[in-house]
Ligand binder design. Structure first.
Ligand code: SAM
Length: 243
């Protein structure tokens, strides 16, 4: 359990070798306050108790640095597909200001919230955009552009591959934040990855500190340009995942 922002700061240092300054901790604090305030007028998250938000939203989001060290120092362009209330994109931006982040979500109201957070925290080199991944993935401004695509709790792995891989430049990585069910989803995604030119590079399993909550990161590398037919039209990747 993390009961306070101080404990969050300590656990990040001890478990992730992630040193967050007091200014950064203050940003997480402001973000938490806005999340709770806006959650009263719109549905942003079911997780609202401070210890839960610290662990399941903030810590979970930044834990990627333990397995994908590049985010600590490199100026990577990152897109967070289906970011919702900003997870994992906003915690990643607070912890690693070197990242250039696009937050994408298909719900306009959530994008309004994200812009409020961005302005209140004074974050730069981050944008929140409203739309579907199937549409943005065909837009030349976004297709084949990013070093990294992250996504948490949006769709099964085959669907997600179709939504995410088009955004990457060749050699870029798509990282899916999964719970423990990742192995089953991966087994049925072979064909999707073959068609979309992705290759599973690494699967990293871990447990959130002092809990029994298992998490998995699946790292997929883009090996060739995404073929023209993908992503298919809005809704199809979820309705008929490639198989
Ligand atoms: N990633 C956040 C998290 O982990 O808390 C939000 C997860 S929420 C369950 C899924 C989000 O994905 C929703 O905000 C929804 O609007 C968005 N979403 C679902 N399908 C999408 C699509 N095709 N393109 C863009 N956003 C999508």
């Amino acid at each position: 359990m993390m009961n306070s922002f101080e404990e969050f700061q300590t656990v990040c240092q001890e478990q992730l070798d992630l040193e967050l300054s007091d200014d950064q901790i203050n940003m997480f604090h402001v973000y938490y306050d806005l999340l709770i305030e806006w959650n009263q007028k719109m549905n942003l998250t079911a997780i609202t108790e401070l210890p839960d938000v610290l662990m399941k939203h903030f810590y979970d989001s930044v834990s990627l640095c333990k397995f994908y060290g590049e985010i600590r120092t490199e100026t990577l362009s990152v897109i967070d597909v289906g970011t919702g209330a900003g997870f994992p994109g906003i915690p990643l931006k607070i912890a690693f200001p070197n990242l250039k982040i696009t937050l994408l979500d298909s719900l306009q109201k959530r994008v309004g919230f994200l812009n409020e957070v961005i302005n209140s925290l004074g974050l730069t080199e981050i944008e929140a955009v409203h739309g579907r991944a199937e549409v943005f993935g065909r837009d030349q401004k976004y297709r084949d552009q990013y070093d990294l695509c992250v996504s948490r709790a949006v769709a099964n792995f085959a669907t997600l591959s179709e939504l995410c891989l088009p955004f990457l430049r060749m050699g870029g990585c798509f990282i899916s934040y999964k719970s423990e069910k990742a192995a089953e989803e991966l087994q049925v995604a072979d064909k999707a990855l073959f068609l979309l030119k992705g290759k599973v590079e690494r699967v990293k399993e871990f447990t959130l500190p002092d809990t029994d909550m298992n998490r998995t990161f699946v790292v997929v590398k883009k090996t060739a340009p995404t073929p023209k037919p993908y992503p298919r039209k809005a809704g199809t990747p979820a309705k008929s995942p490639l198989s």
